[in-house]
Write a protein that binds this ligand. Sequence first.
Ligand code: PRX
Length: 635
Amino acid sequence: MSNYHIKHLEEYYQVYRKSVREPENFWAEVAEEHFMWRKKWDKVLQWDFKKPEIKWFDGAQLNITENCIDRHLVTKGDKTAIIFEPNSPDEAARHITYSDLHERVCKMANVLKSKGIKKGDRVCIYLPMIPELAVSLLACARIGAIHSVVFAGFSSKALASRINDSECKMVITSDGSYRGAKTIDLKGIVDNGLESCATVESVLVVNRIDAEINMKTGRDEWLQPLLDEASVHCAPEIMEAEDPLFILYTSGSTGKPKGMVHTTGGYMVYSAYTFKNVFQYHDGDVYWCTADIGWITGHSYIVYGPLANGATTVMFEGVPHYPDFGRFWEIVEKHKVNQFYTAPTAIRALGKQNIEFVEKHDLSSLKVLGSVGEPINEEAWHWYNDNVGKHKSPIVDTWWQTETGGVMITPLPYVTPTKPTYATLPFPGIQPALLDESGEEIKGNQVDGRLCIKFPWPSIARTIWGDHQRYKDTYFSAFENMYFTGDGALRDEVGYYRITGRVDDVIIVSGHNLGTAPIEDAINEHPAVAESAIVGFPHDVKGNALYGYVTLKETGESRNQDNLRKEINQVITDRVGAIAKLDKIQFTNGLPKTRSGKIMRRILRKIASKDISNLGDTSTLLNPECVQEIMDGVL
Ligand code: PRX
């Protein structure tokens, strides 16, 4: 037996030990007993972290949508697969059953085919959180097209760079989106972006807000009339386990975003197995993850993981503060949500509001609370536990990454005793290691170091689209024979892990992974800017906020600094997206640099955080005099 569902701590340790001692047998059992394969694998695992090359279930054939939809039809056809909760509470929620979902996905898949999309083609999906988003992912998977979802808060330039990087043939979007009381002109953003995209042949447009939009003849079409004509039958494309399922872009510490490539078989097995255990999902439960499907959390834990388990998953279109700060709790009450999964930034924002927003709702359906995306601070953890979970719903602080495809370090609710701010224990199959700067593994407990993973797991990203060398350099070169996460962590006296944050130039703002380089590149495009450096500083809601140090081409007060700040944030909004705007911008005559010309961010980080008691050795700087000037001008 594979212990697909782990129910107590002893069982966890037993399963974990097996997953380390006999990883191939362990994963073969999980895969064999709980999924539908058209052909079994020849080899469970082949791997080499030096190349790096990782293959799981090689030779096996399957279609993930058969696992997420078709196989549930006989027993669960009338069960709700997706509950769609619209932006406005005045618009009725929609329940989409597994049978409905099957029909919708098949029709959509046929529309894609009619537009010439075939196995291996890339389709960019730029949609708000409406059912068509989930349906589009699954329709791509149905026919073997590779989806690349771009979060619909990214700017047209960010969208275009992602479309061009993976040479998408099609874009699926909508006329616009609702965001609280506002509407956003998504189609306009797509039109702007596509001016610089040569590979896109067709654009399918969902009518969400009844907006008057431009339709480019020969390229753009409304989706609904095509769906009306489409057949409800679409045989699934039979995929190899190692065929790509999707590309999802994530920020890096340098240059352009990295298109992480996830493949079919291993990703399915891992996202489904983790979903079942991390949320202790039981048939009949209603599960809600508040993330956007534009991020990995939505891919794995709104769409694929829940549906592979035949679960009911909520998709929420809106925002936590519309029409008021009670919206999340109203939805929990309305749909009797059992598992609720959100980000610390949302918890902190909601924790600042009048407690009545929480207390006026009946939250007694809740059994499990989840947290993801950034370290959860002690205060937020307790607020969540006291006021939402009422001390009866365990909090699972789940650590993982776009690159890992699924949750890696986490408590299992009702299984692992929790500890505030600790992600606790590795999931079965995950072998973490802490390394020191010289690359030595730090053994024992009560230690801290750089978090690495020693052994592959089924849903590790296999490459960066079009740039395998960068994949190797980023994840497998810092430490020999290890996957390097980019995070620091400590291990306590009982072996629990606490993630302490990024040790590279990625900053997590409101749970969003932002690389400093693309933001600095954007700022440097402003004609008045000579140079810039971005660092994070602590923020009580966002976790971290961005602090920019900017040197201007012409010194002196010739320009109004407030206007310049606005212009700089506008350039960032245009180039990257509003999520990357800076909270503080300090103009300075110089940036501290090493003799080799590298900006010393460590010093800038300390100054921005007002932690200037020990700046470390500044004598090796090329221009130590600028440090005092920066300290004097700190905002
Ligand atoms: O720094 C870690 C942080 O988010 C990073 C991954 O970001 P992304 O690829 O966008 O995926 C986010 C959702 C899976 C990690 O390297 N992070 C994520 N979860 C946690 C976390 N930091 C601390 N605790 C967590 N639970």
